[in-house]
Ligand binder design. Structure first.
Ligand code: SF4
Length: 96
């Protein structure tokens, strides 16, 4: 007899959830997150503000090197700045 219960049949085919499944922007018009150059990012950032996977989303964009759009509540420019700050911090920590 095993102490590990058999998997409930109704969950066998269920895909494991990822951070994306909990995104606040699911069902929101994607164009909102990829505004034209110079257009407002305010509405997209407002959606991101209440998103529980904001940190995951931002890290994903940073790791993937996403160059366009709003990810994790940050614009391309803001992500570039954050990447530079992190690189400087890493160099400082390494004593370079
Ligand atoms: S942080 Fe913004 S772009 Fe990222 S998943 Fe959440 S709502 Fe979507």
């Amino acid at each position: 007899m095993s102490l590990i219960p058999d998997a409930a049949p109704e969950f066998e085919d269920e895909e494991p959830k990822t951070w994306w499944d909990f995104a606040n922007c699911l069902g929101v018009e994607p164009d909102l997150f990829f505004p034209e150059r110079g257009a407002s990012t305010k509405e997209a950032k407002e959606v991101c503000r209440g998103c529980i996977v904001r940190d995951d989303c931002l890290e994903y964009a940073l790791v993937q090197g996403e160059k366009f759009g709003i990810w994790g509540g940050m614009s391309e420019r803001e992500r570039r700045r954050l990447r530079r700050q992190r690189a400087l911090a890493r160099r400082a920590a390494a004593g370079e």
